[in-house]
Design a protein around this ligand. Sequence first.
Ligand SMILES: [Zn+2]
Length: 417
Amino acid sequence: MGHPPSNNGCRPGGGAELKIGPVVSGKWVPSLLIVPDRSGSETAGLPAGGPPFIFPPDMAKKAKVYQAPEFVVDLLNARSPSGYETEAQAVFDRYVEPSADEYRRDALGNRIATLNPEGDPVLMLAGHMDELGLIVTFINKEGYLYFDTIGGHDRIMIPGRRVNIQTRNGVIKGVTGKRAVHLMSSADREKVPQIHHMWIDIGAGSQKEAKSLVEIGDVATYDQSFELIRGSVGVARAFDNKVGAFIVGETLRRLAAAKRKPRARVVAVATVQEEIGVRGATPAAYSVDPHLAVAVDVGHATDHPDCDQRKYGETKLGGGPILCRGANINPLVLEKLIACAEKEKIPFQMEASPRPTGTDARAIQMGRGGVATGLISIPLRYMHTPSEIVDLRDVENSVKLLAAFALSLTKGEYAHW
Ligand SMILES: [Zn+2]
């Protein structure tokens, strides 16, 4: 999620082998295959071809290990600061292009995948694949790198991080340095450091050495990759908004693989440069020229100890996709999303936005002659920090909801009102 314009900011999983202990009902079982189904839950059983087997209940429970889909893991680990989305583009190309009837790359770097090109209405699904980053602006005579921020950083989170700098010659490792606490005045200790009071240290001994490794305009991201911390709850550097790009791409893949075909033309777009002003979605919406659109981004889960629900509403991790209501949202699109969720028994939560949202929905709604736009947000804690938390069940439920929504559309359904 980027900042809103006002001052009020802000392959289905592959199977995995799990070794399970030696004795089950008096028999030696060397290994058990845990196969996640498309809903993200898992079924445990013997390796293919083995005899039917019934678990003791406690062991069955233990065997239920959540496994994140490879596509989302690859996206989460790809580095893609706004304007430098190459790694995420490559992941989207690898997973989505084979399922699309048409696939385009545009001048900004958006990825535009179309299913059923003759279909009507035209439905655009958009999730941005860019993330926050740091951009090198100056290399001083000792070889330290000074930087500016890409996207809305919380400056207090920047120092003391390991970073990967993407350069012409591959990744250079560095650390975001600042003065140690012992060397600060007591007044300075109370302050959040200014950007120019921090630097990136790559261990270079001179400006010449640093300049031989890193160029002005190279970008850096935190060296923090995805991991599950409990069940389907994961932590990553940039769930915002690789999960959105995953959801739109995965929805297209599932629709392409399903027996029932949508009547709509479905266009899944992984947009770029959202974090610096929804810049990819604007030209994408122009070229796709959709009747309807759903943007997918992350939203704040307000279920942690320091969030005032009187100000920010009530949303929680694992509570299902958050559906937005307000002027940015077409009421008929919202009504239909709710009806699809209820029909498919998909949990969902509501949020209200009195103004254009800080998401691609803002740009898409105002595209061309206006687009009937909805917004789905994935509940997330600690937005724009190196350790964002998401429950991947909410991600899976969003894929199901979007697929149901796409299949529900009928010819001429443009949500004009
Ligand atoms: Zn964001």
